[in-house]
Design a protein around this ligand. Structure first.
Ligand SMILES: [Zn+2]
Length: 371
């Protein structure tokens, strides 16, 4: 049995009074953080414990914040490496300052407890939250839409399970962002092209160095991220929709992809490594929604190994083509890799790793929801 924590974003449905209460609480929280920061600088104190001793009562009295929000503000200042002014759009809630029951939120504010706030959610969030309780959340202000969101952290319990359907291997890479044993292929060409364009644009903006160009630079980063997020949503959706009931999705452990990206860093046009983490997250989420299991394996040699005969050699791989020097098997290199990812998982199943004794490269089953 394993535990996994997921964050579910929900819009808070507030009347004017509640909205203002939360807005004022956020402002007070930021002001408190800035005050604490000053005290921390003045007394050269950085530790949470010492800061709390030094300023808890002063801050609580000055801002009329609920006790645990003062503690949170102190924690935030203490954890903050840079001594920048706090102008954040969020504050954290814990078991004392918030509760979640029957799809309604109660939370502390500087105007007292706000009770039974409804949340605006769709079927997806409803499923994720159904029957759940939570002891941790974050309130986030959406500047653009002028509304508040709550990010509720909920835990799920998963069990290791043998799949009843197909086992689908998924290879992730730079040339193809994803390639599955079900022959779904998502080329990385477009992403690389986009990145090349942005690098050029960025260089010219940096060369300008004006105030306006700096603003544009900042916006460009956000735009690129949103673009990639859309791509990842689309890829994960197609992979999960393509899977049937009882199927299992096998991915390689993210740390190996990070290593590969590090090696390829000289090519600056490659997809960011955060994008692969995000894709993994999306696949996990969507798989969970559908009741599918996701597991991770150690992918060593998956690119050099022949998925037909098992022969491992570096020269088997010839850029994007795989040609086995032993048996002559020919395939797309990323497809061959996805077959190997699936095989690694099936081998560990056959070895009984899933039941008890872990061997050299154990598979790590992550999400098999029993919602
Ligand atoms: Zn072979």
């Amino acid at each position: 049995m394993k535990k996994l924590t997921k964050t579910v974003k929900c819009k808070l449905i507030l009347d004017d009074e509640q909205f203002n209460s939360i807005k004022n609480t956020l402002a007070s929280f930021n002001n408190a953080c800035n005050d604490i920061l000053q005290i921390s600088k003045e007394y050269k104190v950085k530790s949470k414990f010492k800061l709390q001793k030094l300023c808890y009562y002063v801050i609580k009295d000055r801002y009329k914040l609920p006790a645990n929000l003062v503690v949170r503000a102190i924690a935030r200042v203490s954890a903050n490496k840079k001594s920048k002014i706090f102008n954040g759009l969020s504050f954290d809630l814990d078991a004392r300052t918030f509760s979640f029951k029957n799809m309604k939120v109660s939370m502390s504010s500087i105007n007292g407890r706000l009770k039974n706030i409804p949340i605006g959610i769709g079927d997806y969030q409803r499923n994720m939250l159904d029957g759940k309780s939570s002891t941790s959340a974050k309130i986030v202000y959406d500047k653009k839409h002028k509304c508040f969101f709550i990010h509720i952290a909920v835990g799920y319990v998963f069990s290791d399970t043998v799949p009843s359907g197909n086992v689908i291997g998924i290879d992730r890479g730079l040339y193809n962002i994803a390639y599955t044993t079900a022959r779904l292929k998502f080329s990385g060409k477009q992403a690389m092209h986009k990145r090349k364009q942005n690098i050029k644009l960025r260089a010219s903006l940096q060369a300008k160095g004006t105030k306006g160009s700096k603003k544009l630079l900042k916006r460009l980063g956000g735009k690129e991220k949103r673009w990639m997020t859309d791509i990842n949503h689309n890829i994960s959706k197609q992979i999960v929709n393509n899977a049937g009931k009882g199927d299992m999705l096998i991915l390689e452990d993210l740390k190996y992809i990070r290593e590969r990206i590090k090696l390829a860093k000289k090519q600056r046009t490659i997809v960011h490594s955060w994008a692969f983490g995000q894709l993994q997250n999306f696949i996990e989420y969507k798989a969970m929604e559908k009741g599918l299991i996701v597991a991770y394996v150690d992918p060593r040699y998956t690119s050099q190994r022949c998925s037909e005969c098992g022969f491992v050699h570096r020269s088997n791989r010839n850029s994007h083509k795989f040609i086995c020097k032993e048996c002559g098997y020919t395939a797309n290199a990323d497809y061959n890799a996805s077959c190997n990812i699936r095989r690694v998982y099936l081998d560990t199943l056959a070895d009984g790793v899933m039941s008890k004794t872990p061997k050299a490269s154990p598979a790590r089953a992550v999400a098999s929801p029993c919602l």
